[in-house]
Design a protein. Structure first.
Length: 381
């Protein structure tokens, strides 16, 4: 279209068994809209589907398919349900307007029609419909862009250096991107380092900081920087660069090559859980603030445990234990332990069961559960 050309006029469909009413409407609206018309309800439904008018003026009382039936048919069709319908009525039957509005009509005009009133009401509803359509298009574009951002974030935090040895984990999120992140790598000397982070909030807003953490983690592992120093560096970078309301709870484990003893850190996260061979549990609670809250002072001191063959260590975000079950109670650490005792290696199945038990599955936070065991080669579930 050239700059000098006017945009095409929007269409208004009139469905009325009275040719006189159709002529009146065409005369009132024809200067501003392209008026389509039919005297039959069945034909009107087909015209609406084919032409997709900006608005429909619909007579209530018609032979054959009446206005209420036409409106029901229009609202049942995905292609036409968004088109605003104004009923034309000469009836004063009690409840007629209420029935029309219940079927999805946006307004009523009564016979005899006043052209000025008709134009004003049609113009108002067309403008409202145009605004709603623009909002739908904007939302579709935003959702597309949001999906692209989520895919980019998830791709940026992946690394070919990810080490799946000795661990298995599962994550669940309602969003394309999760605020939970699992990082695992071997340093040049063969030691294994693991970090599970849980950013403030959930979904895409919480995931924004995860590529930065992944870059720092894998770069430090490749260069053999001691893991304790790596954790301090991640904390300080997050504190310096992220807004004060965004931080990362985290748990970390360091498994020296060939040694039974491992070191663990907890930065404001749920306790690490050690399941011994005799079935007893040991919890390793947080001793540090979440990462990014404050600049490092004294180096974070690890806790040490022995992880023998056949024993398991679990790391988690807060999602699994804070899930509210159908009885209104949070699952809690003890509830999670009971589930893990039945299926100590099936972390994916455990998260699925938590979701199945949830009072409101759609309201669950991002959930991640990771299991470490000696001398096993496991893949991401």
């Amino acid at each position: 279209m050239n700059a000098s050309e006017e945009p095409p006029r929007q269409k208004v469909l009139v469905i009325d068994d009275s040719p006189e009413i159709i002529d009146l409407v065409a005369g009132a609206l024809g200067g501003e809209y392209q008026v389509l018309a039919t005297t039959r309800g069945e034909k009107g439904v087909q015209l609406a589907h084919d032409a997709l008018p900006a608005l429909i003026l619909l007579d209530v009382m018609m032979p054959g398919m009446d206005g209420y039936q036409v409106c029901e048919s229009l609202k049942a069709d995905e292609a036409t349900r968004h088109i605003p319908v104004i009923f034309i009525t000469g009836t004063d039957a009690e409840g007629a307007e209420e029935k029309g509005f219940a079927l999805g009509a946006v307004d009523y005009v009564t016979k005899p029609l006043d052209p000025a009133t008709l134009v004003a009401r049609v113009r108002t509803q067309v403008e409202l419909a145009n605004t709603r359509q623009a909002l739908r298009e904007a939302n579709r574009q935003l959702e597309h862009e949001r999906t692209m951002i989520a895919q980019t974030i998830m791709a940026m935090r992946k690394s070919p250096a990810f080490c799946s040895s000795q661990l298995v984990y599962a994550s669940k999120s309602h969003d394309a991107a999760s605020g939970d992140v699992v990082l695992s790598a071997r340093s040049p000397n063969g030691d294994h380092r693991i970090l599970l982070g849980d950013f403030t909030g959930h979904g895409l807003p919480a995931a924004i900081g995860s590529p930065l953490v992944a870059h720092l983690f894998y770069d430090a592992a490749a260069r053999g920087i001691p893991f304790g120093e790596t954790l301090e560096m991640i904390n300080d970078v997050l504190e310096e660069r992220l807004p004060t309301n965004i931080f990362m709870a985290a748990v970390a484990a360091y498994l020296p090559k060939g040694a039974a003893d491992i070191q663990v850190w907890n930065f404001g996260a749920p306790p690490l859980l050690h399941l011994a061979a005799d079935g007893s549990w040991t919890e390793f609670a947080s001793r540090e603030l979440p990462m990014g809250v404050a600049e490092s002072g004294e180096p974070a001191q690890p806790q040490t445990l022995t992880l023998a063959a056949g024993e398991r260590l679990y790391l988690m975000s807060d999602g699994p234990i804070e899930a509210v079950c159908r009885d209104g109670q949070m699952l809690g650490v003890d509830g999670l332990k009971a589930m893990l005792e039945k299926a100590p290696d099936a972390v994916e199945a455990v998260l699925t069961e938590i979701a199945d038990r949830a009072e409101r599955p759609e309201a669950l936070d991002d959930m991640t559960l990771l299991r470490i065991a000696r001398d096993e080669e496991e893949n991401h579930v």
